[in-house]
Ligand binder design. Structure first.
Ligand code: NAP
Length: 451
């Protein structure tokens, strides 16, 4: 029986949430996970319950939904839907990425925005939480089509964001190219050169290490978890899913630390390279994905390794699994397979890649499990550092930013241990991240009155 099922407050809260947000299953899942962690803590601290902090935190401060019309290369009119979920601004301006993917809907963006509030709080930086995007699919579109879409999207979004209000960044389908088009249009509409977006190019206000930050940060976090067992990445076999921004720089850091990366994937399938993906092969992946915008299958053809179409990489034996593609990409059976094959650590580069049943398997087997809101907070942390540099009109060196990123990931790890360590010494990082993230936001909300 779950903690929620054992608590009348928990049951009533979740029933209300589901009734008020029908059909938004990913949002229900994200709130359910947090509530499981928080229930005992809230019972022990009635000030949060009395002030209905959890009820308020699971209701967005503002949601904007808008039409995005644009013209494709053949002259046809296309219509997409745009969103921005401004979830919580108790500790700073709304901050969180934009996702362009055909699966995007309101429920998915609400789950991501809700997670982002806790994640941003954990970073120690002053950032509230938000998320946005569109059901637009940049795949198979020309640069001109992507630009026209981004310009139309920003024409509406620009009315709702600003460097002191809401500062979006990239996410799935939104990389350097898209941020450039979005920034250019914002600047044109507002006649302002400000830090309104992060993930900008180096020449126009971007921070060094921002592209690397989520992947590197996840590896730093996993390294801290391994350290608690006097272990490290040297010689470890590592499975990574995805082959986008997060996956690429996760692989880069693992290779640097002496681990062996054996898998990468995309939404069509995964590759298994038993010899390990080395620096040269990774360069091929970066060119393939970032410039050619091709499929991961081409890696298998180029290097003569196994390709598994329409499958995920979790059946491959590994010591550490770093899911870095999308939500709900490891289910119960796959989690059981990972553990059966000797996996000792799962650290989430993606947001909510493990289903609740998979998480139960990790916790039951007491492996090291780093939940996304802690483990992948490196991206938004360096986004926060990009905002600081923009305000100061300064650029820090690669070494300075990397050192700050590492320190932040170590601090997040310390917070997780502080709030997640059980009496038997086992650290439940999920409880630690949820409670640690909650306290700061909840205290700010209490101090600010009924907001
Ligand atoms: P990305 O560069 O667009 O790469 C996404 C990768 O995941 C691609 O390989 C993509 O394959 C795969 N993928 C996407 N949807 C999928 C699906 N439904 N099934 C299977 N594979 C799928 O995005 P990213 O920035 O690396 O983001 C990856 C994950 O990290 C997301 O969960 C994101 O929310 C999270 N995250 C990102 C950041 C950041 O700074 N970028 C920060 C924190 C968390 P296809 O190309 O075939 O679609």
């Amino acid at each position: 029986m779950t903690r929620i099922e054992n608590s009348s407050f928990g049951k009533e809260f979740m029933n209300n949430l589901i009734n008020r947000n029908p059909g938004e299953v990913e949002f229900h899942q994200a709130v359910h996970e947090v509530t499981e962690s928080l229930l005992d803590f809230i019972e022990d601290n009635p000030k949060y319950k009395n002030a209905k902090i959890l009820e308020r935190m699971s209701e967005a401060e503002r949601i904007i939904i808008f039409r995005v019309p644009w013209v494709d290369d053949k002259g046809n009119i296309q219509v997409n839907r745009g969103y921005r979920v401004e979830m919580n601004s108790a500790i700073g301006p709304y901050k969180g990425g934009l996702r362009f993917h055909p699966t995007v809907n309101l429920g998915i963006l609400k789950f991501l925005a809700f997670e982002q509030v806790f994640k941003n709080s954990l970073t120690t930086l002053p950032m509230g939480g938000g998320k946005g995007g569109s059901d637009f699919d940049p795949k198979q579109k020309t640069d001109g089509e992507v630009m026209r879409f981004c310009q139309s999207f920003m024409t509406e979004l620009s009315k709702h964001i600003g460097p002191n209000t809401d500062v979006p960044a990239g996410d799935i389908g939104v990389g350097g190219r898209e941020i450039g088009f979005l920034f250019g249009q914002y600047k044109r509409l507002r006649n302002e050169f400000t830090g309104v977006l992060t993930g900008k190019g180096r020449e126009w206000g971007g921070s060094l290490i921002r592209p690397e930050a989520t992947g590197y940060g996840n590896v730093y976090f996993a390294e801290e978890m391994l350290k608690t067992q006097n272990d490290n990445f040297k010689g470890k076999i590592v499975s990574i899913s995805g082959s986008g921004n997060v996956a690429q720089f996760t692989a880069e850091k693992i290779i640097e630390l002496g681990g062996k990366v054996v898998t990468l994937s995309d939404s069509s399938g995964f590759i298994y390279d038993a010899d390990g993906i080395d620096e040269e092969k990774l360069k091929f992946v970066m060119r393939l994905k970032n410039i050619k915008r091709g499929r991961i299958e081409e890696y298998a053809k180029k290097f003569g390794v196994e390709y598994h179409p329409n499958e995920r990489p979790w059946k491959i034996k590994c010591d550490v699994a770093l899911p870095s593609a999308t939500q709900n990409e490891i289910n119960k059976e796959e989690a059981e397979l990972l553990i059966k094959n000797g996996c000792i650590c799962v650290s989430e580069g993606a947001n909510m890649p493990s289903t609740p049943e998979a998480i139960e398997v990790y916790l039951k087997n007491k492996i090291l499990f780093g939940p996304g809101k802690a483990a992948n907070a490196g991206g938004v942390s360096v986004s926060g550092l990009e905002m600081s540099q923009n305000s100061l009109r300064l650029s820090w060196t690669r070494e300075e930013v990397d050192a700050q990123l590492k320190r932040i990931m170590q601090d997040i790890h310390t917070t997780c241990v502080k709030y997640g360590k059980n009496k038997d010494g086992f650290v439940n990082y999920m409880d630690g991240a949820n409670i640690g993230g909650f306290v700061k936001v909840a205290e700010a909300m209490l101090a600010q009155g009924l907001v």
